[in-house]
Design a protein around this ligand. Structure first.
Ligand code: AP5
Length: 215
């Protein structure tokens, strides 16, 4: 039976950064709905083009656009791999849908890792972020978008939703639609709060410790 963890937190709290470490070092399957939607948008699929406009304006895509994709991935893993969900669930309806899609699988939600970061820090991180279009590496230093990726030489870009206007909408959507999920999982005793203003390796060490409790 595989482990299933949710990494939870506001935009810029470091979910993607930590998820890549968990996937590379602990061999978890990292399922990021944001990455899946950006990929769909980059290849120009119908779903991707619909999603792009909503994402760039800081809104959520409709629940049914992501519920089916996540369920299909989880079913495909057949309990054989540990799973880290990043950016999902993001609404109460998605949390209920996740419960339904886990029924009859080898997975339960083992832990919700809730990353906490102050808004002022989130803002600074989001406005400094560059991502590699080839390998997906995330950079937090104010490197130039013209510089190649330090990991693979690919092109670095600024995400379409990494600007002050979209960030303010993303934070509002997070508070109104996503934060209530924490109570849902707290009532089940699944939430672990992680101070995510520390250096990346320290946060990763806390996360690894929590995940190791669920062998
Ligand atoms: P998504 O891609 O999930 O974005 P998000 O939740 O807004 O989170 P971010 O990717 O912005 O931040 P992060 O927490 O991953 O931080 P990161 O590690 O990059 O979703 C994007 C959009 O897709 C949504 O707005 C929505 O439209 C749509 N969507 C996705 N899922 C959906 C769903 N389930 N339902 C409906 N719609 C959905 O780090 C940020 C920066 O900080 C980086 O530069 C990084 O280098 C730096 N950094 C990280 N950790 C540290 C640290 N400890 N110290 C210093 N700097 C750090």
């Amino acid at each position: 039976m595989g482990r299933l963890a949710i990494i939870f937190g506001p935009p810029g709290s470091g979910k993607g950064t930590q998820s890549r470490l968990v996937s590379d070092s602990l061999d978890f399957c990292h399922l990021s709905t944001g990455d899946m939607l950006r990929e769909a948008s980059n290849i120009g699929s119908d779903l991707g083009l619909k999603a792009r406009e909503l994402m760039d304006s800081g809104n959520l895509v409709p629940d049914d656009m992501v519920n089916g994709i996540v369920a299909a991935h989880i079913h495909g893993l057949d309990g054989k791999k540990d799973v880290l969900l990043d950016g999902y669930p993001r609404t109460m309806e998605q949390a209920y849908a996740l419960d339904r899609s886990l029924m009859g699988t080898q997975y339960n939600v083992n832990v919700v890792l809730s990353l906490t970061v102050r808004d002022s820090v989130l803002k600074e991180r989001i406005l400094n972020r560059k991502v590699c279009t080839s390998c997906g590496s995330i950079f937090g230093v104010p490197v130039s978008v013209l510089e190649p990726c330090g990991n693979c030489g690919g092109k670095l870009v600024v995400r379409g939703d990494d600007n002050l206007e979209a960030l303010s909408d993303r934070l509002q959507v997070y508070r109104e639609r996503t934060l209530p999920i924490l109570n849902f999982y707290s009532d089940r005793g699944l939430v672990v709060v992680i101070d995510a203003e520390r250096p990346v390796p320290e946060i990763f060490s806390s996360i690894s410790k929590e995940l190791s409790k669920f062998y």
